[in-house]
Design a protein around this ligand. Structure first.
Ligand SMILES: Cc1cc2nc3c(=O)[nH]c(=O)nc-3n(C[C@H](O)[C@H](O)[C@H](O)COP(=O)(O)O)c2cc1C
Length: 216
């Protein structure tokens, strides 16, 4: 099949686009609003942007009435957000924290997620997550959609502090298979890593060293 989404509706009963780009990581974003109410929500429209300095982004679509998501507004107003690693152990809480509830509701409480305070801001982090990235908000790019729901706030942040629980570090690296990190597939489907392998691009050892160890 093929179709042109700028001109026609998907000919299948379910929209296929988001299943074309899978698995997607899940940025489980914690923020706090100006009144100190904590917020937690998953975003699979998210990625690493660059590595030096490390930067990440997540994309929050507007609601049908054009209001913006709390995660985007809070990151802007406080200047901080935290990217928590979403894992299989925490999947029920990840799902619950996506519920659309009033801004006054603390989704940590709603989803029964334990908090620990970040080091550099008042933002809470997911205590049981293997890894948390404290991010300083950099900018918002709002991309106008064909509808309010299509309009999206792309939030960019610089990772200022990286936390990884020691039990997830093995041989000087993150033990990714131990984390059982959660990924978003298309539709309502999810995945964890079941088959990982190593493969090296043929290159000079200095370049390989940069990839493995960073640019410093
Ligand atoms: C796994 C998962 C991924 C999601 N990814 C996104 C996303 O990338 N962008 C988005 O706008 N909403 C996404 N959602 C929906 C938001 O999590 C949901 O609207 C949430 O209530 C937003 O909360 P907030 O207003 O507290 O920021 C996702 C939901 C789930 C379950």
């Amino acid at each position: 099949m093929k179709y042109d989404p700028s001109k026609e509706k998907c000919p299948l009963p379910y929209s296929i686009f988001r299943a074309c780009i899978t698995p997607r990581p899940i940025a489980w974003i914690s923020t706090t609003d100006e009144n100190g109410i904590d917020n937690l929500a998953p975003f699979s429209q998210c990625q690493i942007v660059t590595i030096d300095p490390p930067m990440v982004m997540f994309c929050a679509n507007h609601y049908p009435d054009d209001t913006r998501k709390d995660s985007a507004r809070n990151a802007e107003s406080t200047g901080w957000f935290v990217w928590n690693m979403a894992t299989e152990d925490l999947k029920e809480a990840v799902n619950k924290s996506a519920m659309i509830v009033p801004s006054q509701v603390d989704e940590f409480e709603l989803a029964n997620v334990a908090k620990i305070k970040a080091d550099l801001s008042q933002i809470p982090m997911v205590a049981d997550s293997p890894c948390q990235l404290e991010c300083k908000y950099i900018s918002t790019q709002t991309i106008k959609g064909n509808s309010n729901l299509g309009t999206v706030d792309l939030i960019l942040g610089e990772v200022i502090r990286i936390h990884v629980k020691d039990e997830y570090i093995k041989d000087g690296m993150m033990d990714v298979s131990k984390t059982q990190v959660l990924a978003r597939m298309g539709y309502i489907d999810y995945a964890t890593i079941g088959n990982s392998f190593s493969m090296q691009v043929p290159m000079a050892p200095e370049l390989l060293n940069i990839i493995m160890c960073g640019s410093d």
